[in-house]
Design a binder for this molecule. Structure first.
Ligand code: TYM
Length: 341
């Protein structure tokens, strides 16, 4: 059976980008057709300055939202990365497989390190090694597919390179995974700056729709989205990034029969149905509100019974450990480390 792994890091409140780019597909498609594991990858939240209490709170909240969105513990495994030691155990072996050069070439590292340097802040070493831990997350489970948004493609490519290199050096140990992306909304852009990604770690602002924003807030943010010069509603990411972004969001939130579907409609076709920016914004706002409504309602119920969420995470970690341990033990043996017993 196909094995799927993906994760969300608790560095901020989850956004519409996380939902349309990743989470919704995990729920609608991945958990039903494969043996899927989904993780709150909390160790990744420590690569930048962080407040311990906030990371703890956001980790719980991310897990609760994943379940509220529809991940079903009877169909898939939901767990917290730091509860399974195999991730960090394997990460070290992969640090001994990766090169300094290939890590420095990662776009996210380049962007984040440039920002930190410009602000005169020092960089944590783990920011550079971040993609190695991510590779360990994936490879520890013999993963075939990694459903992610567009921004993670390069990290999954690196993971493939590390798996192939390790296998060539030490004998076949890891499955070589591939990234899968949604047909639309693989990169949801900030509503106030449609040339940059809608990111949960960014400063909170009017350009980011959070999954727990209430309907009025969502409506306001979308109605105030920055649009482009001209008046034609056309799908063109280069010349009309604001309108293209709204069309993608609308397409992703509106299925062929008016229902939410994993791949939605074609944003180019949708464009033809609008002769004003205002009408497009209004429909997009309502589509997003309807898409998020059930999630927010279930979140309210789950958040009032956090013991049940914790139990899901405990069971999930136990299953994850059982899957990862033999893979990571085999990797330890393959590189020449003496078995403990
Ligand atoms: P993270 O936490 O930034 O994002 C979680 C998922 O949401 C997707 N995503 C988006 N998709 C479309 N538009 C956006 N604006 C948008 N913003 C985020 C991301 O692509 C991702 O799929 N490094 C990863 C976490 C991670 C991971 C892993 C993922 C750690 N280990 C192993 C997969 C497998 C990250 O920072 O995702």
């Amino acid at each position: 059976m196909t094995r799927i792994f993906s994760g969300i890091k608790p560095t901020g409140h989850l956004t519409l980008g996380n939902y349309l780019g990743a989470l919704r597909r995990w729920v609608d498609v991945d958990q039903r057709r494969a043996d899927a594991l989904f993780s709150v990858v909390d160790l990744h939240a420590l690569t930048v300055e962080h407040d311990p209490a906030r990371v703890r709170r956001l980790s719980r909240q991310a897990a609760t939202l994943m379940l509220a969105a529809g991940l079903d513990p009877a169909l898939c495994t939901v767990f917290v990365q730091s509860h399974v030691d195999e991730h960090t155990r394997l990460s070290y072996l992969l640090e001994c497989t990766a090169t300094d050069g290939e890590l420095r070439r990662m776009i996210q590292y380049k962007e984040k390190s440039a920002r930190a340097r410009a602000a005169g802040e020092s960089l944590r070493f783990s920011l550079l090694s971040y993609p190695v831990l991510m590779a360990a997350d994936i490879l520890a489970y013999g993963t075939d597919e990694v459903p992610v948004g567009e921004d993670q493609t390069q990290h999954v490519e690196l993971t493939r390179d590390l798996a192939v290199r390790f296998n060539q050096r030490y004998g076949h140990t890891f499955a070589v995974p591939r990234a899968t992306r949604p047909a639309v909304a693989a990169r949801v852009m900030d509503l106030q700056d449609p040339t940059s990604k809608m990111g949960k770690s960014h400063e909170p602002g009017a350009g980011i729709v959070y999954l727990l924003d209430d309907a009025d807030v969502v409506r306001k943010k979308i109605m105030r989205a920055v649009t482009d010069s001209g008046r034609e509603v056309e799908y063109d990411r280069e010349t009309k990034p604001g309108i293209a972004n709204l069309l993608e969001i609308l397409a992703a939130c509106t299925g062929p029969s008016g229902q939410v579907g994993p791949d939605g409609l074609d944003p180019r076709e949708l464009a033809g149905g609008y002769d004003s920016y205002g009408a497009l914004k209004k429909d997009t706002a309502e589509a997003v509100i309807e898409t998020l409504r059930p999630l927010r309602e279930r979140h309210a119920v789950l958040a009032s019974d956090i013991g049940a969420v914790d139990q899901v995470l405990r069971d999930g970690a136990e299953r994850a450990r059982g899957l990862a341990r033999p893979v990571v033990d085999a990797a330890y043996r393959a590189v020449g480390l003496l078995p403990a017993a």
